[in-house]
Design a protein around this ligand. Structure first.
Ligand code: BDR
Ligand code: CA
Length: 311
């Protein structure tokens, strides 16, 4: 199986994605690294520990960054994920603790110990990846893949008309990640808004899944209610699990390849700007920037089938 580290801010759809990855025979989770985002980093760390304990797996959790690199932290979106990050189901405190190394240190250590074998899957703001690159720039050439859930090119944002939450949560970190000397695979709103998880699928998973089914179903009610009320969706959008699906089977997605920059100030704060091919521009903020693969289309039915059958 493919070795992955999930960098996460759990978060209801993060919980779905983590259980999806745990259930997949194609993936081996080396660790969960946590960041602020949907909730504070302390709560994200406790929530990651809760998920690991619920699963019965033995997976280390490393605590990461508590705030953005430069800008002030944004308010936590409790109207999307609840005050506890899990739709106000209020799970008991975790028994275990985070490991000693920080998230960034853990990422560096794992990549150096497993050269060309580790895929980083980031499903929250990107501070830990930016910090890991700063601690040890060599990781850029030693990771296997970098897959992030975040950003938007043509779809438009969910935090502003142009900005997606994980990117605008720490735009400076995101720009560092996109401009580093590695190839980022971006699974953003252009595809995640096309993958919708119905109530029926969530009920099927609850019925088949004694371990995490009831929890995911309860938290999923809060999450789906938000997307139904605010977007008129027929269930919830599948953000973070789409990134996991991409790692398992990238052929389910269509990508456009090119360099991406992130706007770090002004009205476009957090916009992910892909230099699309076939144009000549007067400005070149994209010169000598490594290419990313940006997901622009998706076989949504196949992604949902993969999720449901794996779970
Ligand atoms: C992203 O923001 C968070 O609300 C979700 O967990 C996901 O990672 C979607 O914009
Ligand atoms: Ca997330």
């Amino acid at each position: 199986p493919e070795k992955i580290i999930i960098d996460t801010d759990p978060g209801i759809d993060d919980a779905m994605a983590i259980f999806f990855a745990m259930a997949s025979p194609k993936l081996e989770i080396l660790g969960l690294t946590t960041t602020f985002g949907n909730v504070s980093v302390d709560m994200a760390t406790d929530n990651a520990l809760r998920l690991v304990e619920m699963s019965g797996h033995d997976i280390p959790v490393a605590r990461g960054v508590a705030k953005p690199m430069v800008q002030k932290g944004l308010p936590f979106p409790d109207f999307v994920h609840g005050k506890d990050g899990f739709g106000n189901v209020n799970l008991p405190a975790p028994k275990g603790e985070a490991i000693e190394p920080s998230a960034a240190e853990f990422i560096v250590q794992m990549v150096l110990e497993n050269p060309h074998e580790v895929t980083l899957v980031a499903i929250g703001p990107l501070g830990n990846l930016a910090l890991a690159l700063q601690l040890e720039p060599k990781i850029a050439s030693l990771v296997k893949n970098v897959v992030i859930m975040g950003g938007t090119v043509l779809e438009g944002g969910n935090m502003s008309p142009v900005a997606e939450a994980n990117i605008v949560g720490d735009p400076h970190a995101a720009d560092k990640v996109f401009t580093a000397d590695w190839h980022v695979h971006m699974v953003g709103l252009d595809v995640t808004h096309k993958v919708v998880m119905s109530d029926q699928v969530q009920a099927n998973i609850r019925d088949k899944n004694p371990m995490c089914g009831e929890f995911l179903y309860k938290a999923g009610r809060f999450y789906s209610d938000f997307y139904k009320a605010s977007r008129g969706a027929d269930g919830c959008y599948v953000h973070d699990s789409s990134a996991i699906a991409y790692v398992i089977d990238p052929s389910l997605f269509g990508v456009e390849v090119g360099p991406v920059r992130v706007a770090t100030e002004g009205v476009a704060l957090g916009q992910t700007i892909l230099k699309r091919t076939g144009y000549d521009y007067a400005f070149d903020h994209w010169e000598n920037i490594s290419d990313s693969s940006v997901c622009m289309s998706v076989n949504a039915e196949a992604v949902m089938d993969l999720y449901e059958s794996t779970m």
